[in-house]
Write a new protein. Structure first.
Length: 132
């Protein structure tokens, strides 16, 4: 059975948020027996390009940028986004708050059923941050 898409079934956000995450330095990973993980030279350009796209094309209401973040910085930014936008939308019983969150990641990553950012953390327990 094919469902009919109506105007009422289309999600139209009234708040658009962007979160840009860029990791290009991996010296602590290498020092912490992370192997031969190379620094990435083009991440800075990626971040500038996507920031401009979020601002000028998508016209995000707010853009968060995390550059070479630690695991605790990632958690703090996620909590801030949740508190300021996602929890408010979830608690809005009228449905008037509709948030669309774009997440862009540039850097090394690991996929193990969940996409993980590889952070420049010496401690392997803090090195991988789940994006999903």
């Amino acid at each position: 059975m094919v469902s009919k898409i109506t105007e009422d079934s289309v999600f139209e956000p009234n708040v658009t948020i962007g979160w840009i995450i860029g990791n290009w330095e991996y010296d602590m990973v290498r020092e912490g027996n992370g192997g031969n993980v190379m620094d990435l030279n083009n991440v800075g350009t990626d971040i500038q390009t996507i920031w401009k796209f979020f601002q000028d094309t998508i016209k995000c209401d707010k853009v968060y940028t995390s550059t070479n973040p630690t695991n605790s910085e990632m958690r703090a930014t996620k909590m801030e986004i949740q508190k300021n936008y996602l929890v408010k939308a979830q608690n809005d019983k009228t449905g008037g708050t509709r948030v669309l969150l774009y997440v862009y990641y540039s850097g090394h990553g690991v996929l193990d059923c969940t996409t993980h950012c590889v952070l420049n953390e010496e401690d392997i327990k803090e090195r991988f941050y789940p994006l999903e």
